[in-house]
Write a protein that binds this ligand. Structure first.
Ligand SMILES: C[C@H](NC(=O)O)C(=O)O
Ligand SMILES: [Zn+2]
Length: 555
């Protein structure tokens, strides 16, 4: 073991230069692949020496940092200990990277376009049979494929986790949140938030059937329109608007009538960030981003994402943008990621990440909250009815999302730690979906099904608890922003500039004065809506939740 701090500093210098080059090449190869899916580009990406050169990082583990003086050196070396899947032998690393263990389903061209079309039907259709067809079509196409390879993915992931010193991949994912009381803290947050979900769910379940004759009673087994996974109900606001005579302005219609192009949507978002005293995007961003689905027949991965190329000047967004309010808000969210990249770009490459993954998500969502409630903020005195209608629109995205965002990694943590074995993957998935979301499959499932695989983050192995924590965090940050309105720039620039160089409770304290994630700000934000929901549900004699409902299974 090396005890010499000077040697450690020299090693970190060496690492800094190599890492910037290696990560840049790795991001380039991955970008080329997801924006032009061909076998050649896949080969390039998979054989990228990128992550595997980090096995040269073995020296990082040889430093005994306990007696080191410089906290930054200690923090850097501890972050270098975890090289995730790069710890696997090259052949198994390629197997995981290549997606034989799960990612492959996203790259079958016919499947990509099928996915976009079926998801579109779930968003727009109100016809029960059509919804069922799309719901089942997507799960049969992608879930069945993934069931076979998912077990291998779990094995390789757990092997990589153990090579990094964690008991399983779930433990490695949770370690990003530093304090080890994460699971209890999350359960506490969920217990505080669940009553909001039950109130909204009870109202939506009734209101959705009331207004649309086509619509049978919304039992847990009716596929909810609006979203392939029922993780967001924002697309059925028209069905459940509390005061239909005061409809909020239809931004989508306005954008379309003014012939907005995707690039204009990005320009609007960029202007909003600079109006808050934040940084504007560099020329490379406009030259190299993919803002809409290519028309030249290229197959691309359409799940929207923001990219840092680790060279301090190349940052991009990949999105198959449609001219809708949902996509405008999604662009604000992605631009939040870009803003974080810009603010911390001069840090060591080791610290170029959010204070924790939830901060990365919360920054974009918090700015989106400001943008979507921008006018709302200015018309604080808005009449109660319009206030309730407005908050319903936000709640259909944020409150509806609570149980789904929580259960996604509850499921995977249990799969990684072996509590859920492969023969009950699907059954356990639906047990969690009923317990937390009050949802059942609309048709009996068979043992060939693997419904969790129908969600991008599961087949692409992207952790999800970051979105649950961000749900709470974004309101805490938003409240701090509103309190400091006007001096927003410096306040938020500070936390963004810190990247992951400080423990996240310290960063949170800097901006909100608190060191823990708290639901207080979220509750305050939705108070007028919750009061209305309580009165409404009582008047309708609604029973909250789905007492002893059980999903029927074909086994
Ligand atoms: C909430 C999450 N957002 C994202 O991936 O950017 C999702 O789409 O499921
Ligand atoms: Zn995000």
């Amino acid at each position: 073991k090396f005890y010499n701090e000077t040697v450690a500093k020299a090693f970190l210098q060496f690492y800094e230069h190599t890492a910037q080059v290696v990560w840049n090449q790795f991001m380039d190869a991955t970008w080329n692949y997801v924006t032009n899916i061909t076998n050649k580009n896949r080969e390039e990406m998979v054989t990228q020496r990128g992550p595997s050169t980090f096995c040269t990082l073995a020296p990082a583990r040889l430093f005994k940092t306990s007696r080191f003086q410089d906290p930054a050196v200690k923090r850097m070396l501890s972050k270098l200990q975890n090289i995730d899947k790069a710890a696997l032998p090259q052949d198994e690393l390629e197997e995981v990277m290549d997606g034989k263990a799960g990612r492959s389903v996203w790259v079958l061209p016919w499947l990509l376009s099928l996915g976009i079309d079926l998801q579109e039907i779930m968003v727009t259709s109100r016809d029960q049979k059509e919804l069922l067809w799309a719901w089942q079509g997507w799960r049969n196409a992608v879930g069945h494929q993934l069931r076979i390879t998912f077990e291998r993915y779990v094995q390789l992931s757990n092997k990589a986790a153990k090579l990094n010193g964690y008991k399983d991949m779930g433990a490695l994912w949770r370690s990003k949140y530093e304090p080890d009381t994460l699971e209890q803290d999350l359960e506490q947050l969920f217990q505080e938030l669940q009553p909001l979900y039950l109130k909204l769910h009870a109202y939506v379940r009734r209101a959705a059937k009331g207004r649309d004759a086509l619509w049978p009673p919304l039992s847990p087994c009716t596929p909810l329109p609006g979203n392939m996974w029922a993780q967001s109900w924002v697309n059925i606001l028209d069905l459940v608007l509390p005061f239909p005579k005061k409809p909020p302005e239809d931004i989508t219609k306005i954008m379309k009538s003014q012939h907005w192009k995707p690039s204009k949507m990005f320009e609007e978002a960029d202007m909003f960030f600079t109006s808050l005293g934040l940084l504007s995007t560099p020329p490379n961003f406009w030259k190299k981003s993919m803002m809409e689905r290519p028309a030249d027949g290229r197959e691309v991965e359409c799940h929207a994402s923001a990219w840092d190329f680790y060279n301090g000047k190349d940052f991009r967004i990949k999105k198959c943008t449609e001219v809708t309010i949902e996509d405008l808000l999604s662009i604000f969210h992605r631009m939040g990621h870009i803003q974080y990249f810009l603010q911390y770009k001069n840090l060591s490459v080791i610290f170029r990440a959010g204070a924790n993954p939830a901060f990365e998500e919360a920054v974009g969502s918090m700015i989106t909250l400001s943008a979507s409630s921008h006018k709302h903020l200015l018309n604080r005195g808005r009449a109660r009815k319009e206030e309730v209608n407005f908050l319903m629109g936000i709640a259909l995205e944020k409150i509806a999302f609570i149980p789904f965002a929580y259960l996604m990694d509850l499921f995977r943590w249990k799969v990684f730690d072996g509590t859920i074995q492969k023969d009950v993957y699907n059954q356990e998935w639906w047990n969690l979906r009923l317990k937390y979301q009050g949802m059942c499959p609309p048709i009996p499932r068979t043992k060939d099904d693997f419904d969790p695989g129908a969600k991008f983050h599961i087949s692409a192995s992207v952790p999800y608890i970051r979105y649950f924590i961000s749900l709470v965090l974004q309101f805490q940050l938003h409240e701090a922003l509103c309190k400091a309105l006007g001096h927003m720039g410096p306040l938020h620039r500070d936390i963004l500039k810190l990247g992951s160089s400080k423990p996240w409770p310290e960063v949170l304290q800097k901006i909100t004065g608190q060191t823990k994630v708290s639901t207080k700000a979220l509750m305050t934000y939705f108070k007028p809506l919750l009061n209305w929901l309580v009165t409404e549900n009582v008047q309708q004699g609604e029973i909250l939740g789905w007492p002893d409902f059980s999903c029927t299974f074909a086994g």
